[in-house]
Design a protein around this ligand. Structure first.
Ligand code: ANZ
Ligand code: ZN
Length: 838
């Protein structure tokens, strides 16, 4: 659909005046400041996509609303600007990454500014700026000093095309997230950050419960941390003095452990494999090394494995059980070895069936609480239970639920939870095991073999080992290089700059070499919100006094794709900075009080927007044709903020018409001064609905309310100026340019007379008497032919006749009854209005 339109001329005019008059500068010395934060963008060459303005408009509405309410607000923006694309471009063209990045930032800043957001640009932060990454490096040194950043020789995910190590989260389905190359393992020296440290991991888990975040995001973090309670149990290897320790969440099934499995990478594999089995085992381990963890653990995958020839002793009953090697057991979880209980673990069950291994049932269900099929009558339920128990006893099914113990010696009859406790006590007494907790989360891989990142401020000295550079030498800046390609040997291009690499040891003054790996992109994004509180400080990361004025963030808005990693890393770093007293005590140790996730904006075809599908909407096109206000209001009107929703040109044109109609009231001189000083009851209802809508992030309902509101302005009547002013103040967070234009017109203000004080953006939020509203009105639901079609706010003072007239005149009702015969109408006072039409 094409309609003729141009961007309203006043939008750029007001943007310039707002900037000139510092309308959005952050208040100094706030008493109780409110911090409204967006996830800052990566300055990509493609510029903004329509998803950016969705979150930024929501946060802008919220920030503007808080200002109208008299709050001191911090609302900043910046750029997360280290990243692979600029570097890959440098490899292709030779253009320095910092040049490309600066151009992309300039372009993106311009685009963001064109939407009229109320950011305080004085506080912009850019993570690749040395004055910023000085403090990213400083944090690293603090982590290093606290023993939380360490070097380790570890197998890393290796992408042979990008020639770099990848974090687990950058590997998708065993392939490199960026280029799709199958990821292999390679061992090199890496820096890791100890996010699993016992001082942090349980805080990261437990503190989630007090956060005002979407529950699904909290669950994703919980699953990522993956805490399991259970036990470690030792199994003696037959005719050897070695033992195998396993981690199990079901120590109560110990008597049912009929074999063991080691992961192919387990250090004991080669030691215990017998000569006859050696060839098979070696061949098996070689193949396993090429598979990703995901491929190995996929449930649907046919199980593979090989017998080691060796046996271990089950500590519960002293029976010898065979030791197998199989890749469904991962080296990186628990102890890398398991006791297999095929009767009660489905992976083990499948494996045992395939290799004809023994199955001993040790748990029988007591009731159906753990069984998916709900029973019918009581006798039927008993029959079913009996049948199930028989199937378990006959090893026909694998039962993973709880129940009571059988085939478990003295423990027979115990129920699962009780059994777990008792057997752990027994194991501890016999010195054959102990209770244990395991986490899925691994330490955070904190180095990249790339040019584009903060240099890790460490020096390797033969005498002193790893030494941090002097803080006074920060920032340790990136040197100029000729070639940006990773060396392909696992080193970064910095390794080739000998003048830079060769240095002296800060401790002993002897010859030493600089660390040549750089930090991952997360390094700059896990603390940027602190820098906004004091962005130009060159003595401290931020003055604790300033941090105290704003932290914690009151409202954090961004995409759900950051649900796990960014938010987890940021929480960890914040807790660490809290512990070392960079964050004042009174701020608490959680950075983000409330979190909101925006939904994905899809193409008109309901598919994800992508170049190849040709369904991408370019924000610049929309702004240049319809203007920033249409873009803003439309994106809020599309649907509930958190939901995925398709773009619709038609919907956008509808929003344009709505804003045009608002403006025409002023153009046609329909707004008149009256003697009224107070808001009417009807207006109060609108104010209440919009206020609630903003507070609950129901911006789409706010826009509907605005539309309903202007429908009440029937010609030829005039609109009361007081009411129109209230309307403009409420509209201002959504469509700030139009609101300012009309506000100034109504008050005869010219651009020359403009000051911050007479701007619509600083007018107090209209108040209304909440109690009066509830006392005096109720919501009436209108049902037409059995379907809810409308709800109407009704004053208690209205007569039944007036209510009937109001209901039948509503656009949402007329739509369904016009041209039809009304067969029945019924009014249930203060509840439902029912209409049946033919
Ligand atoms: C015996 C057993 C019996 C198990 C039973 C389960 C059920 P979560 O809950 O995810 O922590 N396991 C332990 N280490 C493993 C590894 N490195 N690779 C693959 N599997 C491993 O899972 C813990 C359970 O996963 C452990 O409890 C172990 O199997 C298995 F009826 O031990 B169980
Ligand atoms: Zn030294």
């Amino acid at each position: 659909m094409k309609i003729h339109a141009t961007r309203p001329e006043w939008e750029e005019r007001w943007q310039a005046l707002w900037e000139q008059h510092n309308v959005y500068s952050t208040p100094k010395n706030p008493k109780k400041g409110k911090y409204v934060l967006d996830m800052f963008p990566y300055p990509s060459a493609h510029g903004l996509h329509v998803g950016h303005p969705e979150g930024y408009t929501a946060s802008d509405i919220y920030a503007r609303y808080l200002r109208h309410c008299g709050e001191d607000v911090l609302h900043p923006m910046g750029f997360d600007s280290f990243g692979l694309p600029a570097e890959n471009y440098a490899i292709k063209t030779g253009t320095h990454p910092s040049t490309t990045t600066a151009e992309n930032i300039d372009n993106m800043r311009k685009q963001i500014k064109s939407l009229g957001f109320s950011y305080d640009w004085e506080r912009e932060v850019i993570t690749s700026d040395p004055s910023y990454y000085k403090w990213t490096q400083w944090i690293f040194i603090k982590l290093f000093e606290a023993g939380l950043a360490y070097e380790a020789d570890a197998p890393i995910n290796w992408c042979s095309k990008d020639k770099t190590g990848l974090a687990n989260e950058e590997v998708v389905n065993g392939k490199c997230e960026r280029c799709g190359t199958t990821v292999t393992k390679k061992k090199i020296k890496q820096w890791l950050v100890k996010i699993t440290d016992e001082k942090y991991i349980d805080r990261l888990l437990n503190d989630l419960k007090d956060l005002d975040w979407p529950e699904n995001i909290k669950d994703m973090q919980r699953n990522w941390i993956g805490r399991s309670e259970g036990a470690e149990v030792d199994f003696q290897i037959q005719s050897s003095d070695k033992k195998i320790t396993v981690f199990t969440t079901r120590p109560d099934t110990l008597f049912g452990a009929t074999y063991m499995v080691l992961s192919p990478e387990h250090p004991l594999v080669h030691e215990l494999t017998t000569d006859e089995q050696k060839k098979d085992v070696d061949a098996y381990c070689k193949v396993a090394a090429t598979k990703s963890d995901l491929e190995r653990t996929e449930l649907s995958k046919e199980k593979t494995g090989v017998f080691s020839g060796a046996y271990a002793v089950n500590p519960a009953n002293n029976k010898a059980i065979p030791i197998w090697i199989a890749d469904y057991v991962l080296a990186s979880y628990g102890t890398g070895a398991i006791m297999a209980v095929p009767a009660h673990d489905s992976r083990d069950f499948e494996f045992a069936k395939k290799f004809s291994l023994k199955i001993i049932p040790v748990v029988l269900p007591i009731d159906f609480a753990y069984w998916p099929e709900p029973p019918g009558s009581e006798t039927e339920s008993k029959k079913k239970l009996k049948a199930l128990q028989n199937e378990i006893i006959d090893c026909k099914v694998c039962y993973t639920g709880k129940g009571y113990a059988i085939n478990s010696g003295d423990f027979n009859g115990l129920q699962t939870d009780q059994f777990k406790k008792k057997i752990v006590q027994w194991l501890e007494k016999e010195k054959k095991g102990e209770s244990a907790v395991n986490y899925k989360m691994r330490d955070w891989l904190f180095s990249r073999q790339r040019y584009g990142g903060e240099p890790i401020p460490i020096v390797h000295c033969e005498k002193c080992g790893n030494v941090a550079v002097f803080e006074s030498e920060l920032p340790l800046t990136l040197p100029e290089v000729e070639k940006y390609e990773p060396t392909g040997t696992g080193e970064s291009p910095l390794a080739n700059i000998h003048e830079w690499v060769n240095t002296t040891c800060p401790k002993c003054g002897g010859q030493a070499k600089r660390e040549t790996n750089t930090m991952p992109q997360w390094a700059g994004s896990n603390w940027y919100f602190l820098r906004y509180t004091d962005p130009h400080n060159d003595k401290q990361l931020a003055d604790p006094k300033k941090i105290k004025e704003w932290m914690p963030v009151d409202m954090y808005i961004g995409g759900a794709e950051h649900a796990v990693l960014h938010l987890l890393y940021a929480r960890f770093i914040y807790k660490f900075l809290f512990d070392i007293k960079v964050i004042p005590e009174s701020c608490g140790d959680e950075p983000f009080k409330t979190l909101k996730n925006q939904g994905l904006i899809l193409g008109e075809d309901m598919q994800k927007m992508s170049k190849s599908r040709g369904n991408v909407v370019n924000p610049d096109d929309v702004i240049n044709t319809y203007g920033a206000d249409v873009m803003r209001v439309y994106e809020m009107f599309m649907g509930p903020f958190e939901d995925a929703k398709p773009w619709s040109m038609q919907g956008m044109v509808g929003v344009k018409r709505f804003l045009d109609r608002v403006r025409e009231n002023v153009d046609k001189d329909r707004v008149k001064n009256t003697t009224r000083t107070d808001v009417t009851h009807q207006e109060a209802l609108f104010v209440a609905s919009i206020t609630k809508g903003i507070e609950n992030f129901r911006f789409n309902t706010c826009v509907s309310t605005f539309m309903k509101w202007i429908n009440t302005w029937q010609e030829p009547q005039y609109i009361d100026k007081k009411e129109f002013e209230v309307f403009l103040i409420l509209l201002s967070p959504f469509a700030p340019h139009l609101a300012e234009e009309l506000w100034q017109k109504l008050h005869g203000g010219t651009p020359e007379q403009f000051t911050k004080e007479n701007s619509v953006t600083v007018q107090p939020w209209p108040t209304y008497d909440q109690s009066k509203l509830q006392e005096n009105s109720f919501t009436l639901v209108v049902m037409i032919n059995g379907k809810k079609r409308d709800d109407v706010e009704i004053l208690k003072t209205m007569s039944e006749e007036e209510i009937q007239k109001l209901v039948l005149g509503r656009p949402n009702v007329k739509k369904w009854i016009d041209g039809k015969k009304i067969k029945m109408e019924r009014y249930i006072p203060e509840k439902i209005y029912t209409i049946v039409v033919q």
